[in-house]
Ligand binder design. Sequence first.
Ligand code: ADP
Length: 324
Amino acid sequence: ISKIGVLTSGGDAPGMNPCIRAVVRTALYNGLEVVGIRQGYKGLIDNDMMEMKHRSVSNILNLGGTILKTARCLPFKTDEGMEIAYQNAKARGIDGLVVIGGDGTFTGALRFSRKYPDIAVMGVPGTIDNDLCGSTYTLGFDTATNTVIEAIDKIRDTADAHDRLFFIEVMGRDSGAIALRAGISCGAEAILLPERTTAIDDLIKNLKDGHMNKKSSSIVIVAEGDKNGVWDVAKAVQKEVKNYDIKVTILGHLQRGGAPSSFDRILGSRLGFAAVNALIAGESQKMVGLQANQILMTDLEQALNHHEFKLEPDLLQMMDILSI
Ligand code: ADP
């Protein structure tokens, strides 16, 4: 390996910048050249790339988003688009790629690398959704969860002052990871997860019981991937629960932003460092991830196998017990 290209792709996540910084500086330390590719795979196709030096990544540890920008790039899904990307990468002398993103990004990376095996690829799990196999945590998940907690704590204040019942939708696509952690951290009365079916009748009963037990406010967290959907749940409950004033809040894209937490800065640094060292060691088509506080590699194909990813059973078990 002599020249590494680094890109961020798909949904942005806090922690991507610390990771870019680690990739650049680890590569330079090892005598490699580094190219920053703008807007994910789009930059490869449009030839929008720049040489990265030590100072290119100064003062970015604390920045949310990604200095390389990210994009969704449909042409990269076509054979023609991939060929252009390959020719541009080769013309620059890139022989190793670090791709920071989620499952779509990895699907593209795996296809690309199978077609053009002379460019090695390493994936770094960067998504707030925490939905990849092979890493207990993905980059951005911790920061996003902290952002959600901060927002819900504030909502709790107004809920409490007015005897209100809030239904709060949080991000995570098909994963309930943010909802579960935020729910336990904020003492949500109920957490609706895509991984678990909640009967609306049971939810209504619990909320009524809570009111009888002198709860002065109630927060129900609804993961965006929940089958019922936040509006339908809120409407169904409103019909049955008269003594509460019901409000719906969709937290939306604020969950994507903000300075990365300590955890995400360290994770981004560790994963970027490991990805470059893996490329130097001759690895390809793998993802670096955190498992039992160690950085380990997983085949990209395996990392894409969502169905093996499970929420922590003890958290699921305690979520109802602790919210009484
Ligand atoms: P994420 O990486 O966060 O899951 P996306 O699903 O939007 O985000 O994927 C990011 C990008 O990865 C896409 O815009 C596209 O350029 C590329 N990509 C996704 N799926 C494929 C695929 N099947 N083949 C080639 N490239 C893909």
